[in-house]
Design a protein around this ligand. Sequence first.
Ligand code: NAD
Ligand code: UGA
Length: 464
Amino acid sequence: MLKICCIGAGYVGGPSCAVIAFKCHDIKVTIVDLNQARIDAWNSDRLPIYEPGLDEIVFARRGKNLFFSTDVDEAIREADLIFVSVNTPTKKSGMGAGMAADLAYIETATRRIAQVATTSKIVIEKSTVPCRTAQSMRTILEANSTKGIRFDILSNPEFLAEGTAIQDLFHPDRVLMGCLQTPEGLAAQQKLVDIYSRWIPRERVITMNLWSSELSKLAANALLAQRISSINALSAICEATGADVDEVAYACGTDSRIGPKFLKASVGFGGSCFQKDILNLVYLSEQLFLPEVAAYWKSVVTMNEYQKMRFTHRIVRTLFNTVTNKRIALLGFAFKKDTGDTRESAAITMCSYLIQEHAQLAVYDPKVPPKQIIADLIEPGVGTNEVEVKKHVSICSSAYEACVDADAIVICTEWDEFKMGALDYQRIYASMNKPAFIFDGRLILDAPKLREIGFKVETIGKST
Ligand code: NAD
Ligand code: UGA
């Protein structure tokens, strides 16, 4: 029986390797992590991450050919293929702080593989890493391994998006793989191609050299984020001119060379990767003495920060230039719908700005636990401390509860349950202070209908 080990039981390692187990019953998949609580949750009825369709897949294969464990060494020892899916956050201090990827987790996992492996392994870089990381992994593996053991390294970056991870893993646009163009490298790559080809059409499994594969992952995220910053930059022009950003996006998106996806104006992109990966690209460009290239990509992040601030300023300005002690219902805290993930969520920055303006925030999100919201708001660097958060933030258990006695509603996440048919906006209007304002940061509401009810509506990318 072929055995796979996945190091890192997070948003990528968990779903991606659970899907391999689901699609290939003859492969034993063991997903390991140092975090005992996370592994306990994977082994419980309440999985550590919310992702539509994930429960069914895990519950179908867990205990059969899918296992979750903290015994990293044992899983490495018995595996033929090892996915490295550990986190690669932005460095917080030292060289490249605030930009470069922190590769400490990758290095620790790699050294562990070298130390405990007693047979040859194919090591697969699944985490998003700077270009040429596979070279460092190879050097570490070769320098520390016992004689007679061979390590082949593959790059196999992941393109799943949270909220649609299972769909993306079942039907990806493509699976990307890179290897050293040697007979051994190509043979190792073929083994991984054979696994994915069980459920993905062969022509969608793209192979290339290692460095192209590593860079393509950073490039894809940078290009996606750049589209969002572009439409968000246009949203500012729309608000000032009377153009409508939805109409502009539609007009541009119907050009087949541009395409309609990823042109939804918003309060700004969030998530654990876009900002981190672009900053990583900026750092790489600087290291390569390409300052103009670095400045170009940096502007994507600058525009995103501007968008969050711009929308918050619009809220304050519209509420007669003061939100002091006004109750503001903030609907949605996750960085996008259908996930409980809040990493780099625009809501965090917006809450921080509004707390600094002394607003009273009533926050509701269907999937983010209250303690996560508080933890995010008191995180160093966010700009608000525990005392201020206690004083200014209350967490509600429904949208209706958040809106009672509120002066304004701010839509931060595009959850379906906030849409017109799903919430009774007439009831909400009746429970609010008047004039009742609603700020749609996600373009999900029908402004004319809300105005008929009596709301004062402000929409991102629209002047009224
Ligand atoms: P995560 O933080 O959710 O999970 C990483 C896990 O690795 C953690 O549980 C951590 O405890 C574990 N870990 C770290 N070092 C370890 C070690 N030495 N041994 C065992 N376990 C260890 O991160 P994630 O969101 O799953 O992202 C992982 C990688 O995938 C990152 O490089 C990210 O950029 C990339 N990625 C993420 C997404 C996404 O949607 N989240 C999508 C594509 C790619
Ligand atoms: C993104 C990429 O889409 C994945 O391909 C990639 O694998 C992943 O990053 C990663 O490397 O981590 P994800 O961050 O999970 O996936 O979610 P997206 O759907 O890309 O959304 C990111 C952010 O952009 C969200 O805050 C979303 O609301 C925002 N967004 C997205 C917009 O504001 N407008 C859009 O048109 C699309």
